[in-house]
Write a protein that binds this ligand. Structure first.
Ligand SMILES: [Zn+2]
Length: 227
């Protein structure tokens, strides 16, 4: 199992107090099983601080080499709270979200044949749609499409990250705010209605061109209905 975990040097330093407990995660528990499932799908998970702010936030990202990077704080959460059902749920959806990035993002642009609109709002709309889709996909993949699980996961990360930063929960150019993600999860379906909500939140008007774009996006991703 050791090769499942690689920590960059600075991450090891930051997480050193948890490293002593390293072997705990190798117990045959739920977290280990999830990680094994992910590895069996051809992904590698690396914990560490790879982005400027992700060392102390529950963040993840992934690379085109099927590597899923999780912040070192995720590592400590898995050690300390691995029997907490909400931690497990948030972890599963985070991993599923990153798998969706790998599965869909490269072909998104090619398949959708994006119109040549270059406004920031439009780019933000597209990026937000991807993020929201990947939340739903992660929930479908690892949480039996449980709406409650997606809500729980979003609330878990929102609460922890807000505590860490002490900052207001806000959307950025590519990500919805946690409040918006919770609202979308409560809506429960990745469908045209949800795309309209995201358009409204990113302040993009629904023109015939956007309608047509949404048709192609839905044809590409397909609907996801949570229960
Ligand atoms: Zn993402």
């Amino acid at each position: 199992m050791d090769n499942l975990f690689k920590l960059k040097n600075h991450a090891i330093k930051k997480s050193s107090k948890y490293m002593i407990k390293y072997n705990l995660i190798l117990e045959d528990d739920c977290i280990t099983n999830i990680i094994q499932t992910v590895v069996n799908k051809g992904y590698k998970i690396i914990f560490g601080d790879f982005l400027y702010d992700d060392g102390y936030l529950l963040n993840g990202h992934s690379s085109n080499k099927n590597i899923i990077y999780l912040s070192s704080v995720w590592y400590s959460h898995l050690l300390l709270y691995r029997h907490n059902i909400d931690t497990i749920t948030a972890f599963k959806i985070t991993i599923g979200h990153e798998i969706a990035h790998r599965k869909f993002d490269d072909s998104f642009k090619k398949t959708i044949k994006l119109p040549l609109i270059k406004s920031i709002k439009y780019l933000s709309l597209l990026s937000n749609i991807k993020e929201v889709h990947h939340d739903f996909y992660g929930c479908q993949l690892f949480c039996d499409s449980s709406k409650q699980n997606l809500i729980t996961s979003s609330k878990y990360k929102e609460k922890y990250n807000r505590k860490q930063t002490n900052k207001e929960d806000k959307s950025d150019i590519s990500h919805p705010s946690w409040e918006q993600r919770i609202k979308y999860a409560k809506y429960g379906s990745f469908d045209r209605g949800l795309l309209n909500m995201i358009a409204e939140d990113t302040k993009v008007s629904i023109t015939p061109e956007i309608e047509e774009l949404f048709d192609r996006i839905m044809a590409f991703y397909g609907e996801i209905h949570l229960q």
